[in-house]
Write a protein that binds this ligand. Sequence first.
Ligand code: HEM
Length: 421
Amino acid sequence: MSVQTADPPNPLSLEHIADPFPTYHELLDHHPIFWHEPTQSWIVSRYEHVRALLRDNKRVWTIQQQEQIGPVLGDAVTLLALDGKEHTAQRGRITPFLHGAGLERFAVTVEDQVQALLGTILEREHAAIAAGERQRGEIDLVKEFTAVYPVSVVAAMMGVSIEDYATVQRWYNAFLSYGSNIAGDPEVFAQGMQAKHEFGEYILPIIAERRRSPTGEDLITRLCHYEYDGRSMTDEEIRAFLALVLLAGGETTDHQLAALMHTLARHPKQLREVQEDRTLVEATLAEGMRYCAIVQFFQRTVRDDMEFEGFQFKQGHRLTLMLAAANHDPRRFDDPDEFNIHRSDNRSAVAFTGNADHVGFGGGRHICLGAQLAKREMEIAMNFLLDRVTDVKLKDGYEPRYAPSPFMRSLLNLDLTFEPA
Ligand code: HEM
């Protein structure tokens, strides 16, 4: 295949983050595979190619993850960088608690968090309207809700006490900054390592306690006592996994939910439809995972020299797989820049599983382990909101702001107005 490589856009430049669709299409149409000097990696954007490489366990792997984020998460290698049988076994030790019936046992925890966070804000707004202070309710959904919601859910699942949530948030922010410190700021690295140390000091005694007295129903207790392939997780593995869950589960669901609510506010007809018919919530979440996927790319590493679509990938080369661009590939999705909760080429029934049509959760053996949890969190929050408010609109003069990260498209503000339902 001949591919034009002259002057490709830099998809990792921050100038695209507010309006990335034109860049996706420039990549997809003119530069589907090219060598990117700044990241020393091959940037790959077409759906077919991205999906094939995500699933090519023989020729590509995720070893770079250990270098990129591993050090701050703990001393054990996390799922992100494990491979082969070890990866299968470790996923086997965790999956029962994040899928199906195991996950459902946490649904009440999720509902409690929504009630505590969003319920309180909506009551405040409803009271202000009732008192005649304003005509419509107002909320910055990101600042007041999504930024704290998923990380609170994870903390509650771990069974840590409510007074510790603020500290957990601080560690989570330090892990996050460490993982996205592309500028290599030494202070950010130091803060990340300090958070690793503090998190270890905090969580290891809790793990030891839950091992001794397996009374609770929390995630830590369950991880301590469940065996797969002849053994349960070690303390260090649990600690590293919990740090990963804080990061992978805190940073993502919040931005995905915010991106989806922003999109819905800009598509009032579909918002009304889903408000009136809640059986459409699943399809709405699925279409959000495709249309406004927040994770822009994920990386892989080439195991051995290989040929791919006419290019020679060398051992150790990085591959930057543009998940969000692949979701807008017209070779795979009809009218890809159209937000359409009724589309048939992104099946909602499988959108949060390994058979998903979109690649918003990655793919292959490392596909997001928390996809079902993310779905439940978004579903519960969206239904809660739509039960209590109506006529949701963007506030007059609202201008979206995004975090300066090429990796994740993270909305920093979402000013909405609404009426009580
Ligand atoms: C909408 C929210 C979320 C998005 C968009 C998202 C996205 C992703 C992506 C793109 C990957 C990489 C997959 C790959 O390498 O192919 C991933 C992996 C992962 N995610 Fe999520 N994620 C979300 C929510 C969560 C939650 C709530 C958890 C909490 C448990 C979680 C835990 C993980 C873990 C543990 C992995 C590593 C899996 C492995 O390497 O085997 N994620 N996620």
